[in-house]
Design a protein around this ligand. Sequence first.
Ligand code: KG4
Ligand code: ZN
Length: 376
Amino acid sequence: MAATPPPPAADRGSRLMLGIETSCDETAAAVVRDGRTVLSNVIASQHDLHAEYGGVVPEIASRAHAERLLPVVRAAVAQASIVLSDIGAVAVGNRPGLIGSLLVGVSGAKALAWSLGVPLVGVDHVQAHLYAAFLRDAADLVEPAMPASDVFPALGLVVSGGHTSIYRVESPVRMSRLGGTIDDALGEAFDKVGAILGLPFPGGPAVDKTAATGKDRAFDFPVSRLAKGSLDFSFSGLKTAVRYAVEGVPGSEAPAPARTPAFVADICASFQRAAVRAVLLKLDAAWSVATADGAPAYRALIIGGGVSANSRLRRECLAFASSRRVPALLPSMPLCVDNAAMIAGLGYAILADRGGVSDDLGLTAHATASTRPPAA
Ligand code: KG4
Ligand code: ZN
């Protein structure tokens, strides 16, 4: 059988997007084809550099990004089995995040796009987390179709170390925020509970793993609802309740309980149950508001962000969607946490949406802005 000739270089290039992500403590680069298929996804985590401080130190993070960005980009290009000149466009997470960290990625992306003569696109990191569920690994045998338009509008949930928000998602590039946390992000609450228990940093994966052997009703931790009808979250009360259960209530004569492995597992399981319940209550409220007129207003549930790797949250989201007879779109595990494939994917969708128009080299980083600056 005759081999199919490879497509011309120009065509190959226009389909290949390089993504760059440096918003927090992961230096990441990825190559994604057609906004869909992940050809490489390289993540250099800085967890070891920040572990001794119990949190991300911004100055250390930006210095490490500057040292690692080019090796990570080179590795992403090599692992995709392409050369740099095959790249058709460069996408970079330029908001929100640590400003010094974002600037490293934005500067690198601008230099690459300029030197390659290809379009540049700045991407919102939080929106990109919701795109992760549409990506497929190149190793997947069956390549599914692009996000079917029939999953929109979808109810979107982003749960990460810095964000906890619910969205009405009209398309991969258009969404409106319905509610979010008024204090800690969900991942931050997991990390703080991990720190209270002396688990490895970041606490989320460790709490998830430890919870597997605990009793989830051993402690009756509070589930915050805030005002009736509110779609906002609060996790600080839950975190304080965990602290009191572990360290004892301030001013009380009672000694703190012994931290046996069973005690620690019960705390993790009970915390995780309460935290996930708080999220599901709000998803339910958002769904009810939208369907008050009797019509199913959402056609899918999409989740993303580091905490979407949580085993209990995944299970309960799948059950939530299934009971409403809609699909739940969950990212694959490597694409839950910060990565550049989601940046490349959303960058491709944005470029397609605006007819290939590039951001100009005045593109800059925004620490908190979640609205998109106008395209050039
Ligand atoms: O999305 P991400 O990598 O970074 C931000 O954009 O913030 O999310 C990181 C967060 C951390 O708080 C981490 O503890 C949490 O995601 N996380 C988890 C799990 N895996 C990561 N939380 C709970 N269960 C997990 N399995
Ligand atoms: Zn993130």
